[in-house]
Design a protein around this ligand. Sequence first.
Ligand SMILES: CC(C)(COP(=O)(O)OP(=O)(O)OC[C@H]1O[C@@H](n2cnc3c(N)ncnc32)[C@H](O)[C@@H]1OP(=O)(O)O)[C@@H](O)C(=O)NCCC(=O)NCCS
Length: 201
Amino acid sequence: MPDLPRVIEIERLAYPSTWPPSAYRKELQDNRWAHYIVLRDRKIAEERLAMPVQEPERPRRFFPLSLLPPRHSVTVPSPQLASIIGFAGLWLMVDEAHITTIAMHPGFRRLGLGEFMLVDLIGIAYNIGASWVTLEVRVSNYNAQNLYRKYGFREKGVRQKYYSDNQEDALIMWTDEINAPRYKQQFQELRTTLFRRLEAQ
Ligand SMILES: CC(C)(COP(=O)(O)OP(=O)(O)OC[C@H]1O[C@@H](n2cnc3c(N)ncnc32)[C@H](O)[C@@H]1OP(=O)(O)O)[C@@H](O)C(=O)NCCC(=O)NCCS
């Protein structure tokens, strides 16, 4: 819950339309089938912790007004908040894991980190007993589709005018049975390659 302000900030940068903040709160508080993750950059957190605490600049006022608190105080995000660079989530419905969201801050894309979050979500899907993973994606969102195809998601249908902001269609994508030996093996291979890449970076 304390991570929400930063998640909402990244969501605004990543998506053309956003969930109302209350939807996240409801998901986290009331939906026991929902699983959400945030990705943190340890370096940003350490840099923030090392930064001297800066007093917000106070507007100059003559006594006695100078005793009043400033009207516009600058809020410096805490290291915990500032270090969040991505988030993702899914719901379990019977034996299907439905990915509801996955977004990286634009300043941290193409580094393998969106893939890292997808790997984590599929890992969660295994842990909670899902057999398939599915999601919807805008027909124009080729970057995300490439990511999903890499992990064995295939197009199984279209939801017409699914997105209310521009009436865009959604592709419905599904993995094969994630416990099938072939899927498991491909997943492990992709995961190992990704982890090697991230370690080398
Ligand atoms: C989709 C998203 C999460 C990918 O995050 P990312 O950290 O940039 O992606 P990665 O660097 O981990 O890339 C993983 C794979 O995704 C695909 N991909 C990601 N960005 C791509 C791009 N700009 N062009 C082509 N393929 C791309 C590639 O298959 C890539 O594998 P590769 O590195 O072997 O080529 C990110 O672009 C994002 O936040 N987009 C906005 C939100 C969004 O559209 N979410 C999906 C909603 S369904």
